[in-house]
Write a protein that binds this ligand. Structure first.
Ligand SMILES: Nc1ncnc2c1ncn2[C@@H]1O[C@H](COP(=O)(O)OP(=O)(O)OP(=O)(O)O)[C@@H](O)[C@H]1O
Length: 614
């Protein structure tokens, strides 16, 4: 013992300023004492707290891929649902409005993962083909009121509009720079006596080349624009009605695209020579190549046009007003959202995950407003994808909303054990080191999760937790026992979470049941629970609910799997519920007592007597 201590203190001294981390620890100890004088306290070596833990071969290669936040690139056994979604949403890429979609399925059946996968594909394809289409995802469990949903969407679209404006302004400014450069070059060419720059130097449309230079007395970029190149100035023409303020989609590729001269140099040369053009020779040919007019193939006919457009974009940007997270009247929020969506031509897909939570919390107003938007939008189109694991929530919807929202329905059935096995197999290849898994681990995780209504999230949790437990035990491989321990741990964690988040009244009812069980009462009935519950309420000054309401709370606890309540017939005494606890008593009691209100109940013993008093 004393040796150990001295070794520990040696460590402190010896490692001093010269030694690094763990792997050098032993070696450093052996190296004898070093000088104290030059040791910097900030560089003090660690005492190896983590070294042992780090020294074990880690089981995981990449644990992140087993976490719920990871979006897989492949979703085995969901191709039917994914293809169906894609078939509906492809309309957006054709500039049409896709039907609204309702996605149903129990928890962990891959609804969110599949919908996100499809929307990623949709957005990237829309970029590829330059068809404006955006997907906005909202989790209604978090954003659960009409105000918040609309505000969040409004702000997202405002942000997106600002981004688009920024890009457009950048491109327009680059265009102005090009114009300046072009003007400078033309001016310097004009002052060069060797170079005879005339109107025919300007790139023109097809007719310019085809018809021969001689005919092209007034060069033009296209049917609507004309430029006096001798003065080097562009004359404004009515190519674009700037007064409408329509968004001009100026991508940099459009801006950079070369002017169509309508033919090769050879053709141009031939035409020119045969037409006896004023412009001849190499210099002119190089002008055609080098000095394409920057405004050709743009909707602008002069620098002033471009500047006007920049000013109007800047004014638009100034006019955007971010919605605060509270405080505005809802119709104002709606109107800002509406304008933000309609700012430019595009198809917008709004994905409302856990949509049932939104309806439960704040009715169907949001869905009503969103589903009738298309009839009023001028530029854009909106389509909704609702995701829910509650199949019944549409019963609470206004029939119009229900039929509009459910234009297309896609069901995600639970996975069976074989499918879960495939999913786990795919992930485990990336998640674990080579032979970290013993062969029975994946089948066991899949079997446990299949019992839980085929929940892939549960299966992945089990596999990850089993890996963590094995790692903690410094085992080299994950074995069946780790999976069983993981199953118990997850179950306990679930119970703790459910109990912790119960409302106080339910906690009191549960506490009453625990007290009865702890005092050896079996086959507890509702009346007994009610009596203890009443005393507990009095003790902490809580409202006392009616016995009927307490019976309902017991049924809710039963549904949550915390208690087991069976109805038994007592012959001529009628029927009664027999209640027992389905969760570990100690842990559950500890969670209840961690609630500050319940922790006031200190001496619980006397309450149990109530059973015998009544
Ligand atoms: N076919 C699959 N292939 C790979 N991973 C999957 C598959 N299905 C689901 N998962 C994974 O399972 C977890 C749960 O999936 P997801 O969140 O999509 O379920 P959900 O049906 O939306 O559940 P909830 O209704 O609880 O939100 C995620 O980590 C997801 O990546």
């Amino acid at each position: 013992m004393s040796d150990d201590n001295s070794e520990g203190s040696d460590r402190n001294v010896d490692l001093g300023s010269t030694r690094g981390f763990g792997s050098n620890l032993e070696e450093s100890n052996l190296s004898g004492s070093g000088s104290d004088s030059d040791s910097d306290p900030d560089d003090e070596p660690n005492q190896g707290l983590f070294d042992d833990l780090l020294s074990g071969e880690p089981i995981f290669e990449n644990k992140e891929v087993l976490r719920p936040s990871y979006t897989p690139h492949e979703l085995p056994h969901r191709s039917d649902q994914i293809n169906k979604m894609a078939t509906i949403l492809v309309a957006a890429l054709r500039g049409e409005t896709p039907s609204n979609i309702l996605i149903y399925g129990k928890t962990g059946t891959g609804k969110t993962a599949s919908a996100k996968f499809v929307s990623k594909e949709l957005e990237s394809t829309s970029k590829k083909y330059s068809v404006p289409c955006e997907v906005e995802y909202i989790n209604c469990e978090v954003t659960d009121t009409q105000y918040r949903v609309l505000a969040q969407l409004a702000n997202k679209f405002i942000e997106e509009n600002e981004r688009v404006i920024e890009t457009q302004i950048d491109s327009l400014e680059a265009l102005l720079d090009d114009l300046d450069e072009y003007d400078d070059t033309i001016t310097s060419d004009e002052s060069d006596p060797d170079s005879e720059t005339t109107a025919s130097d300007v790139p023109g449309d097809d007719s310019f080349v085809d018809d021969g230079v001689a005919e092209t007395t007034e060069p033009n970029f296209d049917a609507n624009s004309s430029t006096d190149l001798e003065s080097g100035e562009s004359e404004p023409v009515n190519r674009v009605d700037l007064s409408t303020g329509d968004t001009v989609d100026l991508t940099s590729s459009e801006l950079d695209s070369p002017v169509e001269t309508g033919g090769s140099d050879t053709v141009v040369d031939d035409d020119r020579s045969s037409a006896g053009s004023e412009t001849e020779g190499d210099t002119d040919r190089s002008h055609d190549d080098d000095y394409e007019h920057p405004l050709a193939d743009t909707p602008f006919s002069s620098a002033a046009d471009v500047e006007d457009r920049i000013a109007s974009l800047e004014a638009d940007r100034e006019s955007f007003e971010e919605v605060p997270m509270t405080g505005w009247p809802t119709d104002r929020v709606y109107s800002v959202f509406f304008d933000a969506v309609d700012y430019s031509e595009r198809v917008v897909v709004i994905m409302l995950d856990e949509i049932d939570k939104l309806v439960e919390k704040s009715g169907d107003d949001t869905l009503y407003n969103l589903s009738r938007m298309n009839s009023e939008l001028q530029n854009s189109r909106v389509s909704i994808i609702g995701i829910s694991n509650d199949l019944k929530f549409t019963d609470f919807l206004d029939p119009r909303v229900k039929s509009s929202l459910g234009e297309e329905e896609i069901v995600f059935p639970p996975y069976d054990a074989n499918q879960l096995r495939d999913i786990l197999q795919h992930r485990s290849e990336v998640a674990f080191k080579g032979d970290a898994l013993s062969p029975d681990v994946i089948p066991l995780c899949a079997a446990f999760a299949a019992q839980e209504h085929g929940d892939a999230r549960r299966a992945l949790d089990l596999l990850r937790t089993a890996g963590e437990l094995a790692e903690r035990a410094q085992a080299e491989t994950i074995v069946e026992e780790h999976v069983r321990q993981a199953q118990d741990k997850i179950e306990l964690d679930r119970v703790v979470e459910v109990v912790r988040t119960l409302p106080t009244q339910s906690k009191l009812v549960l506490f009453a049941i625990i007290l009865l069980e702890k005092n050896g009462v079996h086959s507890i009935n509702t009346g007994e629970v009610f009596n203890i519950y009443k005393r507990l309420c009095e003790e902490i000054d809580a409202d006392v609910l009616t016995q009927r309401r307490v019976t309902d709370l017991i049924s809710e606890l039963d549904m949550l799997g915390i208690v087991n309540a069976v109805v038994v017939s007592k012959g001529r005494y009628g029927r009664t519920k027999e209640i027992s606890l389905s969760v570990p008593i100690e842990e559950t009691e500890a969670v209840l007592l961690s609630d500050s209100r319940l922790s006031d109940i200190d001496d619980v013993q006397p309450f149990v007597q109530a059973r015998f008093d009544n």
